[in-house]
Design a binder for this molecule. Structure first.
Ligand code: MN
Length: 550
């Protein structure tokens, strides 16, 4: 053996000794060695510090299991007996059993100090073996786990508090918005009365009233947007995903933003979308998203700029709608802040009205509909907002042969015409029901597109039966049902709910609200027609009873 080799080995040994020494005198770990029966043989400085015993008090006297919470040791013995399908005694065996079978073992138990105080510990246990592999004892290395445990508890508490605060914030915003709307309706209502007063207001008064109205409508938009955002953030927004015609959506968007484009001198190019192209979306909400993107692309465009809307198929089953403008574009810093509520990226100084909520809302809405919203922008050239949505099957075409025809025309003279009011925002569903009712000359169909006008139409025409969608613009079908049932004029009319929300909870909620029946979309022709007949019969009965009681 060379001298060099000897020196290296010596160095290693010294190093190994130093290492061993460092471990044994470590104040941060409790290191306990026992004999094969579990009686303590070595108790290092760290163990003394952590557990409050002097080595001499425990060596050859007790076992590490005596310093643990006895109930936890019993529980561990039971758990291990089950896990390993063999009886394990609640004592040192419960700590050492796995290590004695050569299994790696770390456990978390509570150590009890000499003074009775407790702390959570994480302990790693290994069997010590002689040269013939016989077990001569065990080595237990323990660390105080209270810091980690405290941090865990603190984290869980902090998360619970944050969650609660977030819900409280959403509740506050939603309650506040309702409270603000009531006085605002008075302001807007009376300002409009003044504007149309006789004799007409003076030019100065007209200017003042116009300012009140302008600010009032803006405030109303803001309140509605905050309310919407609060509803989304609290997870209470109800959407119905059903086949929605993109061509219809853009047709409606086009008429809604036409005057805006004209005022600004912006040219706009709408896509030609096939009538058969349907997406899985909530009609009202997807329209809200595109109206928002389109009105941004007009508002933040250059004078005489242009907007183009394009569509492509980025992946099977997906469609991408891109709204491209020729505006000033956004810098990377602005893009980073784009989806922060109330952040208007400096536009607040440029006189453009807005709240900074629209884009945040749009992104969340698209995501709730299973889609994505992306933005690509180059400073000086413009921005492109792309919405990817899931394609949906075109709604079934009605098999007219399946529909029971109404009474023949000659006998219709004898029966009174009955009327059905359908409140529905999605034109595809409305068309389907129009087709169905066309086969029933005894039924006249009325329709409205939102909850409030549905209630107004019901009061004006007193239809025999009402068919009500649940997710509607403005008030929901459930709220509309409540208004109808509170009014003695309409309380007797059977209202059938027809909604894409097919969760059992939705149906229960609907029936609790007082609906006659709750049908789910897509419409099943047989079920639909028989429910309608049932409701018409109930309506006729109701009428007869009402007449008899006169
Ligand atoms: Mn709807």
């Amino acid at each position: 053996m060379s001298t060099l080799e000897t020196t290296r080995r010596e160095t290693l040994l010294i190093k190994a000794g130093a290492l061993q020494n460092a471990i044994l005198t470590s104040a941060n770990f409790s290191i306990i060695a026992t004999d094969e029966k579990g009686v303590i043989q070595l108790f290092n400085v760290g163990a003394e510090g952590m557990l409050g015993y002097q080595a001499a008090e425990v060596i050859n006297k007790i076992s590490p299991s005596d310093m643990h919470d006895p109930l936890e040791v019993v529980a561990r013995a039971e758990a291990l007996s089950l896990e390993l399908a063999t009886p394990i005694a609640p004592g040192f065996e419960a700590l050492a059993f796995k290590a004695s079978r050569g299994m790696a073992d770390n456990y978390e138990l509570t150590y009890i100090r000499k003074d009775g105080s407790r702390f959570p510990a994480i302990v790693s246990i290994t069997a010590l073996r002689d040269e013939d592999k016989g077990i001569i004892g065990y080595l237990l290395i323990g660390a105080d786990n209270s810091l980690r445990k405290n941090a865990e508890v603190a984290l869980i508490n902090a998360m619970a508090i944050a969650e609660k605060a977030n819900l409280a914030k959403s509740d506050f915003l939603s309650g506040m918005s309702h409270e603000l709307r009531t006085p605002l309706s008075a302001i807007l209502g009376f300002a409009q009365l003044m504007a149309s007063d006789k004799p007409a207001p003076s030019p100065a008064q007209t200017r003042s009233v116009d300012q009140i109205l302008k600010a009032g409508w803006y405030l109303l938009d803001l309140i509605n947007e905050i309310l919407d955002l609060a509803t989304i953030e609290s997870g209470r927004l109800s959407l119905s995903l059903e086949p929605t015609s993109l061509a219809e959506v853009f047709h409606e968007c086009q008429s809604m933003i036409e005057s805006q484009t004209r005022q600004r001198g912006i040219s706009i190019q709408f896509p030609v979308i096939e009538a058969s192209c349907f997406v899985g979306a909530d009609h009202t909400r997807v329209k809200q998203v595109f109206i928002n993107l389109l009105s941004n692309s007009i508002k933040y465009n250059k004078p005489n700029g242009s907007v183009s809307i394009e569509h492509s198929l980025p992946a099977p089953g997906r469609i991408r709608i891109s709204v491209r403008d020729t505006g000033y574009g956004l810098s990377p810093e602005q893009l980073d802040q784009l989806f922060q509520p109330f952040n208007r990226l400096g536009q607040e100084n440029k006189g453009e009205e807005g709240t900074g909520i629209g884009l945040v809302m749009s992104k969340r809405l698209v995501e709730l509909m299973g889609g994505t919203l992306h933005v690509h922008s180059i400073v000086g050239e413009g921005s492109t907002f792309s919405v990817d949505l899931n394609l949906a099957e075109q709604p079934q075409l009605v098999d007219l042969a399946m529909i029971k025809a109404g009474p023949p025309l000659e006998s219709q003279l004898g029966i009174s015409m009955r009327s059905l009011l359908y409140v529905e925002d999605n034109p595809a569903n409305l068309m389907l029901v129009e087709d169905l009712i066309a086969r029933r000359p005894d039924i006249r169909l009325l329709s409205t597109r939102d909850g409030l006008s549905g209630v107004a139409c019901a009061k004006a025409h007193l239809p025999d039966v009402i068919l009500m969608d649940i997710n509607l613009p403005g008030i929901s079908g459930i709220q509309a049902m409540k208004l109808l049932s509170e009014d003695p004029l309409t309380a007797h009319i059977p209202v059938i709910a027809l909604s894409a929300n097919a969760m059992r909870r939705d149906i229960e909620k609907g029936l609790e609200a007082g609906f006659f029946r709750y049908l789910t979309k897509p419409i099943k022709v047989d079920e639909f027609m028989s429910t309608l007949d049932l409701a018409l019969a109930a309506a006729a009965m109701g009428k007869r009873t009402a007449q008899e009681s006169l």
